[in-house]
Design a protein around this ligand. Structure first.
Ligand code: GLU
Length: 497
């Protein structure tokens, strides 16, 4: 048997370090077994999936040095590798489940499902679909179909007993069937949900080992059942521990930059980032800290993954990166890598128009653009002082701006400005009172070009990291104060609503 693994990202946002981490372990396992690793794009969520996000995912995984044997960009014998191009296959398989009696059509309206959910909350009864359409007669199904009533297809779930999930790292996990919902497999628009498409594809793409994050454990019973319904051989399951912030919470952009491109733009070496990801819950047999991808593959043993949540700590990553620079690059190589990073024309061209307007001589440019090439700025509390402005709680403004920008999905000039403007209105402040501290947090001084333009160029992760850094420079927010601020933030704007 040839081992075949895959990474199956959904192109619905920025390329996440968690995706790179799971991709790395899938690749290392497949390659260590002389097998193949493929990339499949799971874009069944047509509303949230974008081609830009897909491109960024492919580019950033490649930047890290991860390569796949089959995928949407390189092709392969099991394509297409984008789920939106495989709809017919899923439709055929949901029909098959209907014919075999393993699935049923559900005509419940969203109003009814909302009511059901509310009632279940009041009764404190388990959640999930109540099986209302499970026993519709064939005749009434046909009548509803003829009348063109919208419907979904749901899978049938055993009402009793437990599902035993075999996990490569965790052994046997028992999940009560009562906790498993009658999952929608085909949506009203005819497109599949993740569960159906994922299982059908893993089967046809001959995946032998499914290595994914532990957040998918609860989906395993549905998948096991689908394999059984179709009469297919189940791949081996392996659920990896989730990456965590230094405070042990699940890695999130609220506490850490999570976007792979952030690390590229902030001047990390791809081999160091990959090395660091390889150390998340895994170690070399000789425990050495530094290793290349090839060394990892040569020594790989999945059983060495430990389940304690691995901590993704930027400071440790920076230390490791520095050690790669010092020990693994010659001065010439360092110069070349630095040059390529610094002289990135596509990046520089974004702020050249602003610099040109302000420079008298070329020597003016490096100081005024230094913040465009920096990580965290060297700020002091005094930098935020402002003579003309009445006393406002600058730290609060920055924290609130950060929260608004964390929730912003489309990182564009007008949207960013809109968020800060709305915030100033809700806080009863002049726009300048909100803008000035943001300016200092992002550019280190209020005397730079438009801060919103700078934020667009620096990108969401770097901008948010600088705002977070500024809050810390101003003394940080204690846990207790955080609760109070969160409440105040939630209450903002309520009067107008
Ligand atoms: N599309 C899923 C994701 O975004 C894939 C999960 C899996 O590997 O089965 O993580």
């Amino acid at each position: 048997m040839t081992v075949r693994t895959r990474i199956a990202p959904s192109p619905t946002g920025d390329p996440h370090v968690g995706t790179a981490y799971i991709a790395l372990f899938n690749m290392a396992f497949a390659k260590s077994q002389g097998g193949q690793f493929l990339l499949r794009i799971e874009d069944t969520d047509q509303v949230r999936s974008t081609p830009e996000s897909e491109q960024q995912i492919l580019d950033s995984l490649r930047w890290l040095g991860l390569n796949w044997d089959e995928g949407p960009d390189v092709g392969g014998p099991h394509g297409p590798y984008r789920q939106s191009e495989r709809s017919e296959l899923y439709a055929k398989h949901s029909d098959e489940l209907l014919e075999k009696g393993h699935a049923f059509r559900c005509f419940c309206t969203s109003e009814r499902l909302d009511e059901l959910r509310k009632q279940q909350e009041i009764d404190k009864e388990g959640s999930g679909y109540d099986g209302h359409c499970l026993h519709l007669t064939e005749a009434s199904v046909q009548t509803k179909l003829a009348a063109g009533e919208p419907h979904v297809v749901r899978m049938k779930i055993p009402t009793e007993g437990t599902c035993k999930v075999q996990d490569m790292l965790r052994g046997e996990i028992e999940i009560d069937w009562k906790q498993v919902d009658m999952q929608v497999l085909r949506k009203a628009d005819g497109l599949p949900t993740y569960h159906l498409a994922n299982v059908v594809d893993d089967h046809y793409m001959e995946i032998t080992h499914v290595i994914r994050g532990e957040e998918w454990i609860n989906s395993a019973p549905k998948h096991i059942l689908l394999y059984k319904y179709f009469g297919w051989q189940m791949p081996v399951l392996c659920h990896m521990p989730l990456l965590r912030n230094p405070d042990k919470s699940k890695l999130s952009k609220r506490k850490n930059p999570t976007c792979i491109t952030y690390y590229r733009d902030a001047g990390y070496l791809p081999e160091a980032v990959l090395n660091y990801l390889g150390r998340m819950g895994w170690s070399m047999p000789d425990e050495r800290e530094k290793f290349t991808l090839d060394e990892m593959i040569a020594n790989f043993d999945l059983q060495r993954v430990s389940l304690g949540g691995p901590i993704f700590d930027q400071e440790k990553l920076s230390w490791l990166n520095g050690s790669w620079i010092r020990e693994n690059l010659t001065v010439e190589e360092f110069g070349e890598r630095l040059h390529n990073w610094l002289m990135n024309e596509a990046y520089i061209s974004k702020f050249l128009p602003f610099a040109k307007e302000r420079a008298a001589v070329f020597t003016d440019v490096a100081p005024m653009a230094a913040f465009m090439f920096s990580g965290m700025l060297d700020l002091k509390p005094e930098d935020f002082a402002h003579k003309k402005r009445e006393e406002v709680d600058v730290r609060k403004v920055l924290q609130f701006a950060l929260w608004r920008l964390e929730a912003l999905r489309i990182w564009e000039k007008d949207n960013i400005f809109g968020e800060i403007k709305t915030l100033s209105k809700e806080m009863g402040l002049k726009i300048g009172d909100c803008m000035q501290p943001v300016f200092v947090a992002i550019a280190g001084t209020p005397n730079s070009w438009s801060v919103v333009d700078s934020m667009v160029i620096l990108g969401p992760d770097m901008s948010r990291a600088r705002l977070r850094h500024a809050v810390n420079v101003l003394g940080g927010v204690s846990k207790k104060e955080m609760k109070r601020l969160e409440k105040e933030f939630r209450d903002l704007g309520q009067d107008e609503a």
